[in-house]
Every structure is written in structure tokens, then in C-alpha cells.
Design a binder for this molecule. Sequence first.
Ligand SMILES: Cc1cc2nc3c(=O)[nH]c(=O)nc-3n(C[C@H](O)[C@H](O)[C@H](O)COP(=O)(O)OP(=O)(O)OC[C@H]3O[C@@H](n4cnc5c(N)ncnc54)[C@H](O)[C@@H]3O)c2cc1C
Ligand code: SF4
Length: 335
Amino acid sequence: MDGRVIVVGGGVAGMSCAITLKKAGIEPLIIERSSQLGGNAANWHKLFPTFDSRENIVDPIVNTVAKLGIRVLYNEEVERINPKGVMLKNGRNYYADTVVVCTGYELFDARRKEEYGYGIYKNVFTTADIERMFNQNCVQTAQGTAPKRVAFLHCVGSRDEKVGNSYCSKVCCITGVKQAIEIKQMYPDCEIFNFYMDIRMFGPGYEELYKKAQVEHNIHFIRGRISEASPTIDNRIQIKAEDTLVGRPLKMTVDMFVLIIGMQAGANNKDFALCRGLKQAPNRFMEPLDPFWNNTASGCSNIFYAGAVTAPKNIGESINEGVAAAMKVIEKMSD
Ligand SMILES: Cc1cc2nc3c(=O)[nH]c(=O)nc-3n(C[C@H](O)[C@H](O)[C@H](O)COP(=O)(O)OP(=O)(O)OC[C@H]3O[C@@H](n4cnc5c(N)ncnc54)[C@H](O)[C@@H]3O)c2cc1C
Ligand code: SF4
């Protein structure tokens, strides 16, 4: 088939889109701002809800891109999108008949919630830090000791009007449950407390994992807000909270305090929306043309979306949208 297609972003959505196009006889070009494929998912050690390793899920997609000879332009950031192609940050233009935007999301910067001390106190971490520790097989305190008590805090940077993110990031409750189970498996004597506003288990197998965390792993879930965290003299973290179920204040000292950070819209979305027909939703993710029939389409007939660029999504949903967007491109080209 004729026509040049540019896929912006080489995460799971962009890769699955490019693979589907290539198998249909279309030559896509992936433009990726980092030096590798895989996007955010390439950083996660084991994936919810199955605990499959990244090597079994994400790496085979990366290998298929290489095996099919799909062209990838690395270390180039797309700054602007237009109906004729894309403009890179260095000002160079790449022309295309169709563009599929798969630029995903960014992690919430936990330093913005100063009251929790991330980046200030040594034993405050984010869920992304914990994945890094799992990858290095060294989940431990900053002093290098095994944790005896760990607290997780849900909804950091999501459902929070003060930081301008009033939406739910959807995947972080299950991430907190998954990590709590993994730490408990590593250190069976460690006490784990998850502080939450509500628990939102949206996907198949998620609610079951949440039950398992309580019944089989004895992980404690406390409905309550943590108002502040402060260091103790021995570098532990003291947290002050309110148990909102019993209406009582609570103080607890933990060895590790883990902030369950949410997903945030990509910083580039603002510039993407300068293209006629492309629109940012009020939550700053890109807004698809229609949430039912056209959730991979934009208001511009040759620009499509796939994956977390339009909303928080899990890996399976992002892969599916990559395929769905590719099918729309194929359909359009055969018109
Ligand atoms: C802590 C955490 C743990 C998670 N664990 C799981 C899990 O266990 N299971 C699960 O199903 N989901 C998990 N998720 C969700 C998962 O990360 C997403 O579903 C997935 O990464 C979305 O893929 P994507 O391709 O849409 O976006 P991304 O992964 O964000 O990929 C986007 C790609 O586009 C590139 N890019 C961005 N902007 C530009 C630009 N302007 N120009 C060029 N390239 C650009 C980026 O470098 C990146 O490679 C987790 C999320 C978080 C926050
Ligand atoms: S998924 Fe859970 S932790 Fe994440 S924002 Fe929604 S309610 Fe909060």
C-alpha cells in the first residue's frame, strides 16, 4: 500500500500500531525521543495482574519491531504535529500522509507534594523507584537494611485538585497492591499498610488480587489520608494520618514510605493541540473525536491516537488501541 505513516512514540501502543501496519504492507516510521523502545512499560519489573515479567510481555514486542525491519528514528522528539507530518524539536520536518500519536504519559513528579518529603527525606520513595529496586533485586531502606514496616500512600498526584489533576489514574491502586505483595513475598515478616481514599480495581483479576493481598498476605488497608511525613532521628519516617473509617488520628513510624504516583498528560500535548483539529481535554490528555466509535480518531482526518496519550490506560488496553489505530489507517488508505 502507498502512503507514508509516522508513528510518534515507541511505547507498547506505538510498537503494536507499527507492527500491525507493517504486516499489512505499510512501511511505518517510528519516531522515539529516547534511545530505546518500550516506553514506560519497559521500566516495570513484573506486571499486574499476572506478575508476568516484562521480558515475557514487553521485550517480545520490541524484538518483533526489529525482526520486521521497522524503521525507528531514536533520540528525536516530535514538537509539533500537522496534517502534512511532524516537526522535530530541532526544527526538521518529516512529511507523512498519516500520523499516529502514541506519546503516552509522564509520571507525576512527587516533589510537588512537599508535605510527603520526596527528594528531601531518604526513605521516601515512589512506585517507580520501587520498580527500579525490583529490577536491581535490592528492595531496601536508604541505610541498606531490610524494611520491617512499609507504608504505601495511594492517589499521589491524582484525584488532587491542588496539583490540577482531578482525574483518577486508574492503574495505581493495582500497582500499589502488586508491589505490597511483592515486598511481603521478599520479606514475610515485614508489616505493610496501604493508605487509600477508595480502592479502585477496574480490571479483570484486580479485585481478586486485592482480596488475596488481605487474606493471604495479611497486608493492611487503612482508609485514611496522610497529612504529613517527617524524619525521625534514625532516618525512619513518621507519618500522621486520620483513619477516616473510625474517625481517629493515627501516628505511625515506618522504614519505607512509598508514594503511589499517578499518570500525567505529556508536556508536548499543549503544542500538539496547536494543530487544527487536535484538542486537549480539560485534564490535558489529548481528546479523541468520540469516546465510543472514534476513540483513536482526532478532529483531523489523517491524525490518529493510541494508548495513554488520551487517558490513563494499562498495557493491554494500550496494545489494543495501537492495533485499532492501525486498522483505521489501513481502512483510510484503502478508501
Ligand atoms: C508505576 C506504574 C506501574 C505500571 N505497571 C503496569 C503493569 O504492571 N501492568 C500494566 O498493564 N500497566 C502498568 N502501568 C501502565 C503502563 O505503563 C501503560 O499502560 C503503558 O506504558 C502505556 O503505553 P503507551 O505506549 O501508551 O505510552 P508510554 O509507555 O508512555 O510510551 C510513550 C512513548 O512515546 C515516547 N514519546 C513521548 N513523547 C514523545 C515525543 N514528543 N516525540 C517522540 N517520542 C515521544 C516516549 O519516550 C515513550 O517511549 C504502570 C504504570 C505506572 C505509572
Ligand atoms: S487508581 Fe487508585 S491510587 Fe490511582 S488515582 Fe485512582 S483511586 Fe487513586
